[in-house]
Design a protein around this ligand. Sequence first.
Ligand code: C5P
Length: 238
Amino acid sequence: MSDDRLIVALDVPNVLAGMDLATKLGDAASFYKIGLGMLTGGGLALANELKSEHGKKIFLDMKFFDIGATVEAAVRGVAQFDLDLLTVHGDPHVVRAAREGAAGSNMKILAVTILTSLDRDDLDGSLIKAGSITDLVQERAGRAFDAGADGVIASPQEAALIRALPEAAGKLIVTPGVRPVGADLGDQKRVATPAQAIADGVDHIVVGRPIWKAADPRAAALAITAEMASPQAKSPNK
Ligand code: C5P
């Protein structure tokens, strides 16, 4: 019944609320994203419980960034838990270190290109080279793939451009900012529907509030799954 192209963001206040949501969703969801907010409140234990006792897949959204040796050690620590996806920043030295740390496990490394919360002024403030954000995102994605990333996190607007890169062949594109038709956008500004995202060559969509804030989260997840399976969601690129 579930479709693991849908990753449910468990951005709920604590581990109990996370398990409660997973219970409500049951077989309507098979893949969960656990981020830093949940991690510091016991999220790794929840990740392990969902994985080992409930057979769910887990995406740990840690966005690691540090010197190579520290990234490698941090990723090696996470790799012991047999989780499925892990994010690091897309700087080549970070990605290479993460690959080393993940060696021998099945965990895939996803690179963050440029945080979607940053605009050109922010990049200027951080002394990031000139150029449009779209061009920089494409360039950073290409470099992350060359450094060994299994995939990237990309906004819906960037997904098709990244999918068109030669380096992206066989790589994963995972996209937040997805909203079913008619859903509340929340603070997401540049959104796509599940069908559009899949048609743009996205492998997994990450959806949080439209599911966990819904009166009936299970029905919301099933509706998104149905939308991904619709003919409009056929990817021309894959
Ligand atoms: O509730 P919503 O569907 O907007 O949740 C999207 C999830 O994806 C959240 O966990 C959010 O932190 C994450 N995310 C995002 N935009 C990014 C990176 C991650 O919305 N650029």
